[in-house]
Ligand binder design. Structure first.
Ligand SMILES: [Zn+2]
Ligand SMILES: [Zn+2]
Length: 337
């Protein structure tokens, strides 16, 4: 596997397009999956922000000089799922070629990126471009918490404190829900989370049996809602054992290998298991509001790597769980941190 900064033709700006000079692009678990497991060339980068340099003749709401981030799920905006806010489930667009940085000809790991105007999301002047690059992953987490309809009385369990798990805990904190219990083996990630979500109860899953631990913490009842953000077999198996009867389990993690699981608990406890993918535009707006209000901060969980160190300091350290969120500084991006 390799990764390269190729010279490609400067993308042309169509009448409804927006061209931005990319400042920062975050690396996501999906990128790691593509990089380490996919084995075919792909233009990467779906968490990014930059400054608009040019707009097409028909673009009205965005102008050169504006700072924008990018909503990556391009879709038809017309079909049932699109109208219901499930852009990622669009019936007309093929996701494997329409999602920015995940198979589409558009990617944020580049000096310039041209996107259709409906994918450019304007950032308020209070937010730096660094925050802009964090909107997408935090919006994925925000969407999943909103769809789970978490209520203030709920006990929530989160498996995995990578960027999505941390974002889920941060979103739960904004509800706020009664208790947030997070299982995470990496010490660095546990430390980052404790600074961001002070009320979270953070547990090393290698030191306890999650099922027994949650029983002890909840007088035997279990969790109302469980978010699986680790993409690991042990976490997957634990989700149904920590859930309370008739509880909800949300799967967000991506697995690279099969899981051996006996599903009886789903029936016995009458659980609801749902999958979750991507984000909504409403969640983008909610995250931006939380950032402006100071509820969401970039410090304590993000770090910057220069483009040249993308593989050793970015992909490989993330793979080992040694970093939480890595933002790649794009050469000449000129973004102010
Ligand atoms: Zn992502
Ligand atoms: Zn659609």
């Amino acid at each position: 596997m390799d990764i390269r900064l190729d010279e490609i033709d400067e993308p042309r700006v169509g009448p409804t397009d927006v061209k931005l000079k990319v400042a920062y692009n975050g690396i996501c678990g999906t990128d790691l999956h593509f990089f380490f497991a996919l084995g075919r060339p792909l233009r990467l980068g779906h968490e990014y922000a930059g400054t608009v340099t040019e707009v097409g003749a028909q673009v009205r709401d965005i102008a050169p000089g504006d700072n924008v981030c990018v909503y990556p799920a391009d879709s038809c905006l017309q079909c049932g799922p699109c109208r219901d806010g499930y852009d990622v489930q669009c019936e007309l667009f093929d996701r494997s070629i329409s999602t920015v940085g995940c198979g589409s000809p558009i990617g944020g790991l580049a000096e310039y990126s041209v996107v259709p105007q409906h994918l450019a999301v304007k950032l308020p002047s209070q937010l730096t471009l660094e925050y802009g690059a964090l909107v997408e992953p935090l919006a994925v987490s925000m969407t999943t918490v909103q769809r789970a309809q978490v209520s203030p009385n709920d006990v929530a369990v989160v498996f995995g404190a990578g960027p999505i798990g941390i974002g889920v805990a941060m979103a739960l904190q904004t509800v706020p829900c009664e208790r947030i219990i997070v299982f995470e083996p990496s010490e660095e990630r546990r430390k980052a989370l404790s600074g961001l979500v002070p009320a979270a109860e953070i547990v090393d899953p290698r030191e306890v049996n999650p099922a027994g631990d949650i029983k002890d913490r909840t007088s035997g009842l279990g969790a109302d809602v469980v978010f699986e953000c680790a993409g690991a077999e042990a976490s997957f198996i634990s989700t149904t054992s920590v859930a309370r009867r008739r509880g909800l389990v949300v799967l967000i993690g991506i697995y690279e290998s099969p899981v051996t699981y006996v599903p009886n608990e789903i029936c016995v406890k009458e659980l609801r298991i749902v999958g979750h993918n991507g984000s909504t535009r409403e969640a983008f707006a909610a995250v931006i509001d939380h950032m402006v209000a100071g509820h969401y901060v970039a410090d304590g969980w993000t770090e910057h790597v220069p483009w040249e160190k993308l593989v050793p300091d970015g992909f490989e350290r993330l793979r080992r769980g040694e970093a939480v969120k890595v933002l790649v500084d794009i050469p000449g991006g000129g973004g102010s941190v």
